[in-house]
Structure formats: structure tokens, C-alpha cells
Design a binder for this molecule. Structure first.
Ligand SMILES: [Zn+2]
Length: 98
């Protein structure tokens, strides 16, 4: 039997509540690149998807977590913009963005 790998998990605080960010395919939506589950206070980020659009996904799911009522179109737009601008910043900072 293969040993089960531990899921990389980070704890963050959103409005005084602890949330988990897991680098794992969303268990209930395995084809999604990211998912915010407010009931469990958990954000899932697909470990493969973060290689090509991590900043976009991080922004997208954080917006859902913090401002859950925002419509999907606005969340999508901000996430995409964050990815674009982050790539621009990285390009002019030796490929690094923090
Ligand atoms: Zn979304």
C-alpha cells in the first residue's frame, strides 16, 4: 500500500476566523482548478493548476472567501487581472513576485 502523502496546508485568518488553504484537488469537484468551501472554511488549489496560474487562482478563491456575495463574473475578472499584473511585475523583477 502506498503511504498517503500529507496535503500541504496553510492556515490563514479571514475576518477573525481560521481558514485552511490546501494544495489539493477539490474533493467534491475534482476537475476544478480551485474551490472555496465557506462551510468548511477551506480553499482548495489544484497542485497542477497553480504551476501556470497560481496568483490568479489564489486571488479568485480569496475573494470568494472574504466577499462571498460577489458575483462569479466579477471574481473571475479580478482574478484574471491579478494574474496579468503579477506576471508583468515579475517580468520586471527578475521573474520574482512576492
Ligand atoms: Zn469562482
Amino acid at each position: 500500500m502506498k503511504p498517503k502523502r500529507k496535503v500541504p496546508t496553510k492556515r490563514i485568518r479571514i475576518q477573525n476566523n481560521w481558514w485552511k488553504v490546501k494544495l489539493e484537488r477539490p474533493p467534491t469537484k475534482e476537475t476544478y482548478d480551485g474551490l472555496c468551501v465557506p462551510g468548511d472554511r477551506t480553499i482548495y488549489l489544484h497542485p497542477i493548476a497553480i504551476k501556470t496560474r497560481g496568483i490568479e487562482l489564489v486571488c479568485h478563491e480569496l475573494i470568494h472567501a472574504r466577499l462571498f456575495d460577489i458575483d462569479e463574473e466579477a471574481v473571475e475578472e479580478i482574478g484574471t487581472l491579478a494574474g496579468e499584473v503579477a506576471a508583468f511585475v515579475a517580468k520586471h523583477n527578475d521573474g520574482v513576485i512576492i
